[in-house]
Design a binder for this molecule. Structure first.
Ligand SMILES: [Zn+2]
Length: 186
């Protein structure tokens, strides 16, 4: 159970909500860049709000419509999907130098769950699926965070001001398109 107090002090330096905004904005921006259409990205600026489902981090999440739709992204493009998931913790690290507890593990678990992977994943089985090492995928993810830095910051700032705390796919798409590095580079 996550209490509002825990959430606010999850990171004493930056506060939980600031982390969640960057984390969820990064998922949303990379989803747009990869063409993964979602319903909404939402953050609960008031930590008393309930945690959103489908997120490794409490206090927000990306609503992909259905779990099946989400899993289809991962099955069709496992590497892109993994980068989209890892973007949350990677962006926290990029912007703040730290991450919320379990920020990365929660997202990795979502990806594994989409693909029906649980225990026993090895570096070899990963390479067989993705065609490169996990470290290379993470390195590429950090590169995408740098490329999309302005868009991620802009989406996070807009989420903070949005009365509902939510943005649709189209709204995020407009923000990405309006930033200078909004196109995908890999
Ligand atoms: Zn922090």
């Amino acid at each position: 159970m996550v209490t509002p107090l825990w959430f606010e002090f999850a990171c004493p330096r930056h506060g939980g909500p600031a982390h969640v905004r960057i984390h969820e904005a990064a998922h949303a921006v990379l989803a747009v860049a990869f063409g993964f259409v979602f319903e909404n990205v939402v953050v609960h600026n008031d930590p008393e709000d309930r945690p959103a489902p489908g997120s490794g981090v409490y206090g927000g999440g990306v609503d992909y419509g259905t779990l099946d739709r989400r899993a289809r992204f991962s099955r069709d493009k496992p590497r892109d999907a993994l980068m989209m998931y890892c973007a949350g913790a990677s962006a926290e690290h990029h912007f703040f130098g730290d991450t919320l507890p379990e920020s990365f593990d929660g997202d990795l678990t979502a990806w594994k769950s989409d693909l029906g992977l649980f225990e026993g994943q090895t570096e070899e089985s990963y390479r067989e699926l993705i065609g490169e090492s996990q470290k290379d995928t993470l390195r590429a993810t950090f590169g995408l965070i740098v490329t999309h830095e302005s868009a991620i910051r802009a989406v996070a700032d807009t989420l903070k001001l949005a009365p509902s705390g939510a943005l649709t796919f189209d709204e995020v798409h407009s923000i990405v398109a309006a930033t200078p590095t909004g196109s995908i580079e890999r």
